[in-house]
Design a protein around this ligand. Structure first.
Ligand SMILES: Nc1ncnc2c1ncn2[C@@H]1O[C@H](COP(=O)(O)OP(=O)(O)OP(=O)(O)O)[C@@H](O)[C@H]1O
Ligand SMILES: [Mg+2]
Length: 461
């Protein structure tokens, strides 16, 4: 088994990792850190929640601190781009955490907040700049920062950064970077057409692929429930009334759809907040904080929360709508089952989404267990059906909440089927096998084993 101290990292970083209770490096870390330290370009593909951030952040910090040069005013030495504000902010936090014993400065710039303090920080010069492409372009245009001294350029969620949504901004940023630089691209997915584009930007790269591309997180239990579109909200309200859904992230396709779901849940007494692009930055942060702190156990999100976001102990991800881009499915459900923990992903699929489901199953090379019915006027209301699988009863579409509860109570009285009992154990409610490391502790998800069978545990937050 490899240890962090065998990867060539210096004492200040090892000390920070020890404080984080990182015991062993994950496979992507073991395989990426040495070549990055050696100055190579690298494209790293590994499952969601397996520590890609540290895989680039640790060697980047080490290289910057070893080179001895200093950030010049109005410029930066490493540039890390990410698709969303929340992810940029999280990555910047990680740099602070891992680099706390090093004398390197870092800052983050993204839209939706005042650009002035950002410009002031840039004017002083920073070692590490984490940014979203839009706001970085604004600062470039305003002359607040130059990128001609960038030594290391990182694209997190690289396939997303190089796809239609961002490629124009990236093409405007690239010419500002020096030709001679180290490029590091990371993601859990890399569609072929984007990989070709990535190859053009990388110089003789090391390619690390921990599992075949677009492999879903190891311990995420996935299911599909077929349901008519008109019954999705009732179904969601019903499954959320299950206690074990302690921290649930629900994805909708549209911003208005997210708001509609919040209103519906509110009307049945389930408090939820939404995070999407029509909310102010303040509202976005409040929604996320409320979810992290447990004030809201349900967060409704568009795909701005699909990638990279690392929230502790998300027990369930629900795809209220299936994404039309299959890679998005891999990222969405990867918000649970992180850092060796377990989690459950439930996807609602209506008649029109069946082609999306086929594309997803093709991408992940897996058929997903399904229950429910698409029949108009019939709805499979409740997790009892999902858990029962083929033994599903039909509840009329117009069933009242009381009727649904009664049906759920009948199911509970009859006792859950073996698959549901297994689910309960994974929720930490039952006894774990003697001697085995439990998937989660009381607050969930902080320890487990990685793909190679190594035990790992991370800091409770
Ligand atoms: N070696 C390690 N030991 C224990 N915990 C770790 C280790 N490396 C990373 N972690 C933790 O694992 C979690 C997931 O890490 P990270 O967010 O970097 O995953 P990722 O691979 O970037 O996932 P995604 O594809 O979703 O962006 C974080 O909470 C991080 O602190
Ligand atoms: Mg990540």
């Amino acid at each position: 088994m490899t240890h962090f101290n065998e990867l060539g990292l210096g004492a200040p970083l090892l000390q920070a990792l020890a404080a984080e209770q990182y015991v062993t490096p994950t496979p992507i870390q073991t395989r990426s850190i040495p070549p990055i330290l050696a100055g190579r370009d690298l494209c790293g593909i590994a499952q969601t929640g397996t520590g890609k951030t540290a895989a680039f952040a640790l060697p980047l910090l080490q290289r910057l601190s070893a080179s001895g040069s200093r950030a010049q005013p109005g410029s930066c030495r490493a540039l890390v781009l990410s698709p969303t504000r929340e992810l940029a902010s999280q990555i910047a936090e990680s740099f602070k955490t891992y680099g706390r014993h090093l004398k390197l400065s870092s800052t983050v710039v993204f839209g939706g907040v005042s650009g002035r303090p950002q410009a002031q920080a840039l004017a002083r010069g920073v070692d590490i700049l984490v940014a979203t492409p839009g706001r970085l372009t604004d600062h470039l245009n305003a002359g607040a920062v130059r990128l001609d001294r960038v030594e290391i350029f990182v694209l997190d969620e690289a396939d997303r950064m190089l796809d239609m949504g961002f490629i124009h901004a990236i093409r405007r940023i690239l010419p500002r970077l020096p030709k001679s630089r180290q490029n590091l691209f990371f993601s859990a997915t890399m569609p072929h057409e984007i990989a070709r584009l990535a190859d053009e930007l990388l110089r003789d790269p090391v390619k690390v692929t921990v599992t075949p591309g677009a492999t879903t997180a190891e311990k995420v239990e996935q299911r599909v429930i077929f349901v008519p579109a008109s019954s999705k909200r009732a179904l969601l309200a019903d499954i959320l009334s299950r206690e074990e859904m302690a921290r649930t992230l629900v994805f909708t396709r549209t911003k208005h759809g997210a708001d509609r779901v919040v209103r519906h849940l509110d009307s049945v007494g389930i408090r939820a907040a939404a995070i999407h692009g029509n909310k102010s930055q303040n509202q976005r942060e409040r929604a996320l904080d409320g979810f992290k702190s447990g004030r809201n156990r349900v967060l409704i999100a568009t795909d701005i929360a699909a990638r990279g976001i690392d929230i502790d102990a998300i027990t369930h991800v629900v795809n209220f709508d299936l994404p039309n881009i299959p890679e998005t499915y891999v990222h969405r459900i990867g918000r649970t089952a992180r850092a060796g923990a377990a989690g459950i992903a439930i996807s609602f699929c209506d008649a029109e989404e069946k082609t999306y489901l086929r594309d997803i199953e093709k991408l992940i090379r897996k058929a997903l267990p399904a229950s429910g019915s698409l029949e108009a006027g019939a709805v499979t209301n409740g997790p009892f059906h999902a858990a029962l699988g083929q033994d599903r009863a039909r509840v009329p579409h117009a069933a009242s909440r009381g009727q649904l509860r009664a049906a759920a109570a009948r199911y509970d009285a009859a006792g859950p089927p073996p698959s549901a009992r297994h689910g309960a154990r994974r929720q930490g409610q039952g006894a774990s096998a003697a001697g085995a490391v439990p998937d989660r502790d009381a607050i969930g998800h902080r320890r487990g084993k990685d793909g190679a069978g190594n035990r790992w545990r991370s800091r409770p937050r």
